[in-house]
Design a binder for this molecule. Structure first.
Ligand SMILES: [Fe+2]
Ligand SMILES: [Fe+2]
Length: 138
């Protein structure tokens, strides 16, 4: 299982962690479909579900940036936009039957997510946790 979820990927904000886990499950599905040699309509279908899930978890995060007054919100959103463009490209290629998935693409997708989860997302979660401590009286 290449996209197996591990505890250390959690940023400890439940809605975000659940959203990330679903993204990983869908990538695993995509990988399985690819390994089975499934036809393009299956691949397109999963890509659409991945796309919806990615937009969803990015929206959850971005709403929280606003709620917590996160100062790095702008840079973080730009990184989300860059990933959305990747997904749009994959979908476009699949719709034209040009998409050739391979292990390199799966490795890149996984690297991107791990990097983002453990980097920017964790930074935001730490910021939010500090804010919570500030506003919670002891
Ligand atoms: Fe995220
Ligand atoms: Fe993020």
């Amino acid at each position: 299982m290449q996209f197996e979820w591990k505890k250390e990927y959690n940023v400890n904000i439940r809605t975000i962690d659940l959203g990330h886990q679903k993204v990983f499950e869908l990538f695993e599905d995509l990988l399985n479909k690819y390994n089975l040699g499934s036809d393009n309509s299956y691949i397109e279908n999963i890509l659409n579900r991945i796309s919806a899930q990615v937009y969803d978890v990015f929206n959850v995060e971005e709403k929280l940036f606003y709620q917590y007054g996160y100062p790095q919100s702008h840079q973080h959103k730009i990184i989300h936009e860059e990933f959305k463009i990747r997904i749009v490209m994959l979908k476009l290629m699949a719709s034209k039957n040009y998409l050739i998935l391979n292990n390199k693409i799966f490795n890149q997708l996984k690297d991107w997510w791990l990097n983002h989860l453990l980097g920017e997302d964790k930074r935001f979660a730490d910021f939010a946790a500090k804010r919570e401590l500030e506003v919670t009286p002891n």
